[in-house]
Write a protein that binds this ligand. Structure first.
Ligand code: MG
Length: 319
């Protein structure tokens, strides 16, 4: 089943039909998927959602296109991200497979929804996108073996792991003599650096989540290609080095994962910094990410100088 998060005074969630057009509200999810997960009501609400999906409790219909989307997961307790997790993304950097997953973190300040601006902060000139499969934890996972890990997954979302490549230290983004931060926190964790789609696919929606096509585009706002979709990434989750069960086993040995936590599982090749010549997101552009069955997340890019306090607040405050 696929759910869709939107706002109508307060966070709402509905069942979205196969065509992605009609959203029928599930009152048991009012307040958002995060809240239902955190409060241990997720499974019960899901049962209600199945009733709504069967048409027994219609409340709608409402057209998806007319709803204001919310991030399907907006306030995760933790956002654990995995770098260097696709073979073709390693190959484009001429890197060996690391001996273990490369973990880093983002915080809730990074999350924005479909259509909300990605803000390029002061001091970077090398903003880049990464389409990723986001795994949402449904049951607490502490020292869970890979063989049992999938039972801890509630579902999936599409996310865009934004990076400031110069701060990250990528040579192709640095001027001679310039250096990166030495770690990735600012490069990956700045406000608005994690757009999250409005569609949430329940864990049973995919027979195998390691068989999903994922793609991203830069849509320039000016220049000869203005308005045209430039395909950046086109990959498959089959290319992951460490699959979801392996990641949950590895992470949960050291970091207990709680319901609502988000695991960003890495990105395929085609990102801007490794293109020849490098291509970065500029203010006025749009960045779009899609995963089969999970819809999309598309966001305009703005410069920090163009941001009013309202936009900045929207990006970081619980409504
Ligand atoms: Mg990434």
């Amino acid at each position: 089943m696929r759910l869709y998060a939107y706002v109508n005074d307060e966070p709402r969630v509905g069942v979205i039909d196969d065509a992605g057009l009609i959203v029928r509200r599930v009152p048991a999810f009012d307040g958002g998927l995060d809240l239902a997960l955190a409060e241990g009501r997720f499974e019960a609400a899901l049962a209600d959602a199945r009733g709504v999906a069967r048409g027994s409790e219609p409340d709608g219909p409402e057209l998806a296109a007319e709803l204001e989307p919310l991030p399907a997961i907006e306030f995760p307790g933790k956002i654990v991200c995995v770098g260097l997790n696709y073979r073709d993304h390693l190959a484009e950097q001429h890197l060996e497979t690391p001996p273990r997953p490369t973990l880093f973190a983002k915080f809730g300040n990074a999350i924005v929804g479909d259509g909300e601006p990605i803000v390029r902060p002061e001091g970077t000139h090398a903003l880049d996108l990464e389409v990723e499969l986001g795994v949402v934890i449904g049951r607490r996972a502490r020292r869970v073996p890979a063989s049992a890990a999938m039972a801890h997954v509630a579902g999936y979302v599409v996310v865009n792991d934004l990076s400031a490549r110069d701060w990250q230290g990528n040579k192709a983004a640095l001027a001679p003599g310039e250096r990166g931060d030495g770690q990735w926190l600012r490069a990956k964790g700045s406000d608005t650096f994690l757009p999250v789609g409005a569609t949430f696919a329940t864990a049973d929606e995919f027979e195998d989540p390691h068989d999903l096509a994922l793609r991203s585009w830069r849509i320039p706002g000016s220049g000869p290609d203005a308005g045209r979709r430039i395909e950046m990434q086109s990959g498959t989750t089959a290319d992951m080095v460490w699959r979801i069960p392996d990641l949950i086993e590895f992470v949960s040995k050291a970091i207990t994962l709680e319901p609502g936590d988000l695991l960003a599982t890495g990105t395929p090749s085609g990102v801007g910094v490794f293109r020849e010549p490098p291509m970065f997101l500029e203010p006025g552009d749009r960045a779009r990410c899609e995963i089969d069955g999970l819809g999309w997340v598309e966001n305009p890019v703005v410069d920090w100088t163009d941001v009013t306090d309202d936009v900045a607040d929207d990006a970081t405050e619980r409504p």
